[in-house]
Write a protein that binds this ligand. Structure first.
Ligand code: AMP
Length: 367
């Protein structure tokens, strides 16, 4: 057993967006300092952290200085370059570990891993050329989704293939980059589980949330998801299985589909705190951010039970305006990230609306 990270220690965070900001606030609450590493200036995380270094992720001199100043390092986004992760792992403790990043950064490796540990995914095939695509379609059939293996987010880097006509130049349209073809999953809902695992192997899963996207961006999360109790349990077991197999430390977000047949299919995992877990800030004893800091600091994990049902609404672009000067109500909590420009599609903040425990399951039609 390793001792908890002493109070006053410094937690290093790679990345400086709102997730880093909320991690830094949670770290402060638990008595830790934070040091942000970011290639950008004037950032949401920099606004609240004790220190911030502005440097490229592959700047070894800056990384060396950062590693010396932090007692443990973590990240708020999954596209940390492999060399950066390897360097930090050799000079400090990095949670979640670099192997987790390597798996989560590549959709093909990720899907293969999930299948190997017994989880169900969409049928898929590796695609490195237009010929591979045609062979893969022969096996998987239409409709299907062609996705880049790396760097996809918010629906970017993917093409929906519905008919023969969509196939013709699809690989080129995607940019002639390594890709994966996935069979289309006919789903009724998209759900996600946010869960934490400590270095000693303790696990705490928050209840699965149901996620509604607009323009490929998460718009609303409803917690708990309006799915049968057995599936809520199965979703947690999936997150547990993944974390155990990866010897995971920290918070993970696992996205799944509820299929029309009533089963679960894993879509992807995010090795970090997750937008669909923001509801935990106001509906649980400890938020996903606190839970992540607890995990990487080897503190006991908090009880993940909900004290309320919750609906999280992302404030995207100009939708933030009415909330900039509003005050919280007893059942509505406002979180703003301090970004100056409200560009379309930019996440500016979120609102958590609370309901009595069990209300969503009793009145599913109201949401
Ligand atoms: P992803 O980048 O993999 O999270 O995909 C973005 C969104 O595209 C998901 O939230 C789904 O709505 C949709 N999607 C992705 N893959 C599939 C699939 N195999 N079948 C059906 N819908 C999908």
């Amino acid at each position: 057993m390793t001792a908890p990270l002493p109070k006053g220690s410094t937690i290093g965070i790679l990345g400086s967006g709102q997730l880093g900001q909320m991690l830094a606030l949670a770290a402060k609450k638990l008595g830790y300092k934070t040091h942000i590493y970011s290639p950008e200036r004037d950032t949401p995380a920099g606004l609240v952290a004790d220190r911030e270094i502005v440097a490229d992720y592959l700047d070894l001199k800056a990384l060396a200085a950062f590693a010396k100043e932090v007692d443990v390092a973590t990240y708020e986004f999954e596209n940390v370059p492999a060399d950066t992760a390897a360097y930090l792992s050799s000079s400090t403790t990095l949670y979640p570990n670099a192997n987790v990043l390597a798996i989560a950064q590549d959709r093909w490796i990720e899907k293969s891993f999930l299948q190997d540990i017994g989880e169900r995914t969409a049928p898929c095939a590796k695609v490195d050329s237009q010929e591979d695509l045609e062979a893969a379609l022969h096996k998987i059939g239409l409709p299907a989704v062609l996705k880049t293996r790396r760097f996809g987010y918010d629906g970017k880097g993917q093409i929906m293939l519905r008919s023969e006509r969509d196939i013709e130049d699809a690989f080129e349209q995607l940019g002639n980059v390594p890709a994966i073809l996935e069979g289309f999953v006919h789903f009724t809902r998209e759900i996600s589980v946010v869960a934490a695992r400590s270095p000693e192997g303790h696990i705490a899963c928050f209840d699965a949330a149901e996620n509604i996207h607009e323009d490929h961006i998460l718009a609303v999360s409803i917690a708990p998801a309006r799915i049968p109790e057995t599936l809520l349990e199965r979703a947690k077991e999936t997150a547990e299985n993944i974390m155990i197999q990866l010897q995971y430390v920290g918070v993970i977000g696992v996205e799944m589909f509820e299929t029309e047949a009533g089963g679960l299919v894993v879509n992807e995992m995010a090795p970090r705190v997750h937008n669909s877990g923001h509801w935990t800030q106001d509906a649980c004893l400890a938020s996903q951010f606190e839970q992540h800091i607890r995990a990487i600091a080897n503190l006991p994990l908090a009880d993940p039970a909900r004290h309320s049902d919750a609906v999280m609404i992302n404030l995207i672009g100009e939708a933030v305006r009415p909330y900039e000067t509003a005050t919280a109500k007893s059942d509505e909590f406002i979180h703003l990230y301090g970004k100056r420009q409200a560009r379309p599609g930019r996440k500016m903040g979120h609102v958590n609306r609370l309901y009595p425990l069990g209300y969503i399951a009793r009145h599913p039609e109201r949401f």
